[in-house]
Design a binder for this molecule. Structure first.
Ligand code: ZN
Length: 449
């Protein structure tokens, strides 16, 4: 259903603080003309605009601020090209958690990259997702996104974060990364509302379950504090170059010491921090109160993934004991006034936003009866905000996406009920019935069956 002018009639949860709920939404072309009472919408729309009554609740399209979409596409294409539903994608990806992204001997072709995207995008739309930030886009992946966009197959609004691995053959050191970044003259923000270049991706430490998170308090009695993957000097040099040349930086920093080091480096980038949407990525293991307050003050995006603690909670309890209880302190980030953007780190970690929002409210973790400490729990409304307005800010799109308001893109989904009005456990059972990106249907439960 791609009518140019339409009045969508259903309860609307706008996520717009100025007008949180509405009765109807008028759409003209790819934009929202008006959101309000039925009478207001009817009066503002052309007389011949169709009225479409929906059973369910209209929500803004969700934005997954950390989804490796193209890698997920290749993984699905390589192992299970016949998957027919998002439930199959979820179980297939869970079973193949440790498998390579791509089973073939040869590197995937450009055509295969596009085919993978065409395969998985509808399944992510079936979860109500209309935008993603791909948090580590290699040059080959960037070509894949560009080709998908050029050929008209990109239906997911994508912010791609270039990843040039420090220490690889192509970019052995920070100077080589800088030389590459400066080579073409484009920078963070370049692109359009379907495909945009985001901040670059950098790694400050490793993975928590491998004991590589760089912590302020040692992991064990031996004084081991984890793995620092980039020296303070290199990070400072890279960040200051980026800040001066219109590049943003998003840094993988799991442990508290890594988080502190990244903030110290970012601090010198000044206004570029907000202009280019600098991010702290993961930041879930013992970020200090001072770090959280500083990040909030500087306007650094906290890009958090409830999925990681869902998977790792049990293992971290085993290695860190009580220290694991306050892992992924979303409540502290929000209370400090930080900009929180939720994502999944899918398709490797769980990526169903219904499940992840439930996790942040309940603090439950996989294979454990006891939830983590409730002191860091948030509300369903806050979780939804992190998936909409927060993630839109991380996507340079707070004026065009993340809420349903006049002038913004008609990126929305019809849910079977309002996640903020049903019981917490019922949120996982809600269904997404219909999803649109820019007023175009990209998923419909009826046609999917
Ligand atoms: Zn990731």
């Amino acid at each position: 259903m791609d009518c140019q002018e339409r009045i969508v009639i259903a309860p609307v949860l706008t996520m717009d603080p100025e007008c949180p709920r509405a009765e109807a939404m008028g759409i003209i072309g790819d934009r929202i003309k008006i959101v309000g009472t039925y009478d207001e919408v009817r009066a503002a729309m052309p007389d011949d605009a169709d009225e479409v009554h929906h059973e369910g609740v209209v929500l803004p399209g969700l934005i997954d601020a950390h989804l490796h979409m193209e890698r997920g596409g290749l993984k699905a294409l390589g192992y299970a090209p016949g998957i027919a539903s998002v439930d199959e994608l979820i179980s297939e990806m869970a079973e193949r958690f440790d498998d390579d992204d791509w089973p073939g001997e040869d590197e995937p072709t450009l055509e295969q990259r596009v085919d993978g995207l065409r395969l998985v995008q509808p399944f992510f739309h079936a979860l109500g997702i209309t935008g993603v930030v791909d948090p580590a886009t290699t040059p080959d992946e960037m070509r894949g996104y560009q080709e998908a966009h050029r050929s008209g197959y990109l239906t997911m609004r994508t912010v791609a974060m270039p990843y040039l691995e420090v220490g690889s053959d192509d970019t052995p050191d920070v100077d080589a990364v800088i030389a590459r970044l400066s080579g073409t003259g484009v920078s963070t923000g370049f692109g359009d509302d379907m495909l945009r270049i985001g901040p670059i991706k950098v790694y400050a430490d490793g993975e928590a379950l491998k004991g590589q998170a760089f912590l302020e308090e040692p992991w064990d009695d031996g004084g081991y504090v984890g793995l620092q993957r980039i020296s303070d000097d290199d990070l400072a040099r890279l960040v200051s170059w980026c800040g001066e040349h219109d590049w943003g930086v998003g840094t993988h920093a799991v442990g508290g010491a890594a988080v502190a080091a990244v903030i110290a480096a970012y601090r010198k980038a000044g206004s570029a921090i907000t202009d280019r949407r600098f991010q702290l990525i993961h930041a879930y293991l013992e970020p200090s109160a001072q770090s959280i307050a500083a990040a909030a003050e500087l306007g650094i995006v906290a890009s958090l993934q409830p999925s990681i603690i869902w998977h790792n909670g049990r293992g971290l309890r085993k290695t860190l004991g009580d220290r694991a209880e306050v892992a992924n302190p979303v409540r502290s980030w929000l209370d400090a006034g930080a900009i929180v953007a939720f994502g999944s780190d899918g398709p490797f970690f769980a990526f169903d936003p219904r499940h992840l929002m439930w996790q942040t409210v309940t603090r439950r973790v996989a294979n454990e009866d006891q939830p983590l400490s409730a002191t860091e729990a948030i509300t369903m409304g806050e979780a939804l905000a992190a998936y909409t307005t927060g993630a839109a800010y991380a996507s340079f799109a707070e004026h065009s996406r993340g809420m349903l308001r006049a002038g913004m893109y008609a990126d929305w989904a019809l849910w079977s009920d309002d996640p903020t009005a049903v019981s917490v456990d019922a949120v996982r059972e809600l269904r997404v019935l219909h999803t649109e990106v820019g007023g175009r249907c990209v998923y419909s439960e009826r046609s999917a069956k």
